[in-house]
Structures are given as structure tokens and as C-alpha cells.
Design a binder for this molecule. Structure first.
Ligand SMILES: [Zn+2]
Length: 201
């Protein structure tokens, strides 16, 4: 609104829908207030996602163990799937695999962050965005590749276009939720890695 005395524009803040606590504020105060509100939303999301992660039923089944032939040497490769591996191992059908290519994956199946990301003339269809996959190459010659690690599925030269301010705000909200969910995936990576390293000890 405009200050009735000076004619200058005024920024008014209120925490109350009934506007009972209106106060004149600076732009910095408004930005700080918005940042604090965002942080509070982020904390609440984090707590909810942590709670969801902690109450999800822990997988009790033992990781799958198997033996296949090394396609290069013909020697048997004895392996154990990564904890939580949801990969379908086509190699089992042929009974042989290249030790460098055999991979276990836990897909980010809980990812519901869908954004219409398009490329070039393609305006984009809603699709899962920034999924965190957890992978391991259980019989890789380089032992470091056997230790479970993460891959984030991202695209480049892709855009979400024609956003008005509300549209951009909706994208930001979705990305904030995705970042909180990525922290849950981070906790899952730590769990899977500890399980793997415990098996090697
Ligand atoms: Zn596997």
C-alpha cells in the first residue's frame, strides 16, 4: 500500500489471516521471513520423510547369492546381490556374464516428483525427475565398483517451459519435496553400504 503521509509505497507483513498484526517491513525482512517459513516447511517435510523411512518394513530376506560363468574366462563368478537389489538379472538365463557389466540396482520406486521436462520441440510429458538409483557391480574386477554407490538420473538441455510465477513456484515446491526425498535415499545408501561392508568384514 502507499504511505498516506509520504505517498511512498509501503510493504506490510502479517502472520495472521485476520491481519491483526500488520507491520511495516523492509524488503530484507520480508525475504528473511519467507526464507524462515521455507526452512520450517523443509524441516516438516524432512521429519515426515524420515518417519516414513524409519517405519517402512525392513527387508528381512537375505540378499540373493549365485554363481555364473565369467564370459571372458569361463571361470565361475560367485556373487551376492546388493541388499535391496530390485534388478532383474537376465545374465542368469544364459548362465554367463561379463564381470564388469553385471550390476545390481535399487530403483527409486517411491519417486512421485513428476515434472513435464521437454527437449527442443518436445514440450514434455510428466515424468519422474531426479531419481536416485543405488547401484553395485558385485563381481567387478575393481573392488571399488562393488561398494554400493548412487546415480542420480538427470537430463541436460531439457526445460520446463512457459512458467508463470505460480507455475515456477509449483516447480520449486516439487523440487523441495524431491530434495527431502533424496535425503531419504541418502540414508538408504548409507544403510546398504554398511550392510555390504559388514559382509566383507
Ligand atoms: Zn542383484
Amino acid at each position: 500500500m502507499t504511505d498516506p503521509d509520504t505517498g511512498q509505497p509501503m510493504l506490510l507483513l502479517s502472520r495472521d489471516a485476520s491481519l491483526g498484526d500488520l507491520q511495516v517491513a523492509t524488503t530484507d525482512q520480508a525475504i528473511t521471513g519467507a526464507a524462515m517459513a521455507h526452512a520450517a516447511i523443509g524441516n516438516a517435510l524432512q521429519l515426515a520423510l524420515d518417519y516414513q523411512a524409519s517405519t517402512q518394513q525392513r527387508r528381512t530376506e537375505q540378499p540373493r547369492t549365485w554363481t555364473i560363468a565369467d564370459s571372458l574366462t569361463g571361470m565361475p563368478l560367485k556373487g551376492t546381490c546388493m541388499s535391496g537389489c530390485s534388478g532383474f538379472h537376465v545374465e542368469w538365463g544364459s548362465g554367463q556374464a561379463d564381470a564388469k557389466d553385471f550390476s545390481c540396482t535399487q530403483y527409486d520406486q517411491a519417486n512421485t516428483t513428476e515434472l513435464p521436462i521437454g527437449c527442443g520441440g518436445d514440450s514434455g510429458k510428466d515424468g519422474p525427475t531426479l531419481s536416485v538409483e543405488i547401484k553395485s557391480y558385485p563381481v567387478h574386477p575393481d573392488e571399488a565398483m562393488r561398494i554400493p554407490h548412487a546415480a542420480v538420473e538427470v537430463t541436460e538441455d531439457h526445460y520446463i517451459e512457459d512458467l508463470d510465477p505460480n507455475g515456477l513456484a509449483a516447480v520449486i515446491d516439487k523440487l523441495e519435496q524431491r530434495v527431502a526425498a533424496m535425503r531419504v535415499r541418502h540414508a538408504e545408501l548409507v544403510r546398504i553400504r554398511n550392510e555390504y561392508l559388514g559382509r566383507q568384514a
